[in-house]
Design a protein around this ligand. Structure first.
Ligand code: SF4
Length: 256
């Protein structure tokens, strides 16, 4: 049996997505936002050694993990102490890619190729993008960072490609909502073209990604008015010409 462990490096974030309750509150967990101390990270990782289940580790729950002042050190350490996968079987990073330098991309690709662990241990980098145009990005993400984010993701893919690395796979996520639904097609064509140009096999999904391929992922918005949000998501996906059930709700129970 597998267990998903989220060790939240921070509940701070550097942007303010309108869809995110974390971004709208000063105290996401009922206490002031913080960064995880080094000793806590070491102890938490050490505790994984005793888990009976297969651990799938993600250094994120709320917030943006890459803005932790010691993010690179934390992740490097996690892989260094995971020899023979004794702590975790899989690793997944969620990021908005605002702070994603060339050095960081190289480090992450190198960690995914590190010896002493199964080759697909660093399984995913999930890029939370949600827009194609700078205008929609500013509206949906609450920050003027579209160009930087696209540059950072392109560079990461090019570095992975240049290394001939199979892992990590990426998800390029787009939460369908008022303000970006009109440019889902542009988003799809941009990233499909980019991945094809790099020779990467990819897929498009409107539900939680399962296949181990680079994935362009159109996700429904979670909101108080779920019926309206699901309907917009379904209409948007159907407008892309993807083969989907003709229903107002396109997701399985395990999606979130
Ligand atoms: S990047 Fe993530 S944590 Fe930050 S505001 Fe957006 S959804 Fe929330």
């Amino acid at each position: 049996m597998e267990i998903h462990v989220n060790l939240e490096l921070t509940d701070h974030c550097n942007i303010k997505c309108g869809m995110c309750s974390q971004s709208l509150r000063d105290d996401a967990h009922g206490v002031p936002k913080r960064f995880m101390p080094w000793e806590t990270w070491k102890k938490a990782l050490a505790g994984l050694a005793d888990m009976e289940e297969e651990v799938h580790l993600c250094p994120h729950w709320l917030g943006e993990p890459t803005i932790h002042p010691e993010f690179d050190r934390f992740v490097e350490y996690a892989f260094a102490v995971n020899q023979q996968n004794r702590l975790f079987r899989e690793f997944k990073l969620h990021t908005n890619a605002v702070v994603f330098s060339e050095d960081r991309s190289r480090l992450l690709v190198d960690l995914a190729q590190a010896s002493g662990q199964l080759e697909d241990t660093f399984r995913w980098v999930h890029f939370s993008v949600d827009a194609f145009s700078p205008e929609a990005y500013s509206l949906v993400k609450g920050a003027d960072r579209r160009e930087q984010v696209y540059q950072n993701i392109h560079r990461f893919l090019e570095i992975r490609n240049a290394r001939g690395a199979r892992w990590p796979k990426v998800t390029l996520a787009f939460v369908v909502q008022p303000g970006n639904d009109h440019e889902a097609g542009d988003f799809l064509r941009h990233w499909q073209g980019t991945l094809q140009g790099l020779g990467c096999e990819s897929r498009v999904t409107w539900d939680w990604p399962h296949e181990l391929l680079d994935t362009i992922y159109f996700r429904p918005l979670n909101t108080g008015d779920q019926i309206t949000a699901d309907r917009l998501h379904a209409q948007t996906i159907q407008s892309l010409g993807l083969t989907v059930p003709k229903t107002d709700r396109l997701r399985s129970a395990e999606s979130f």
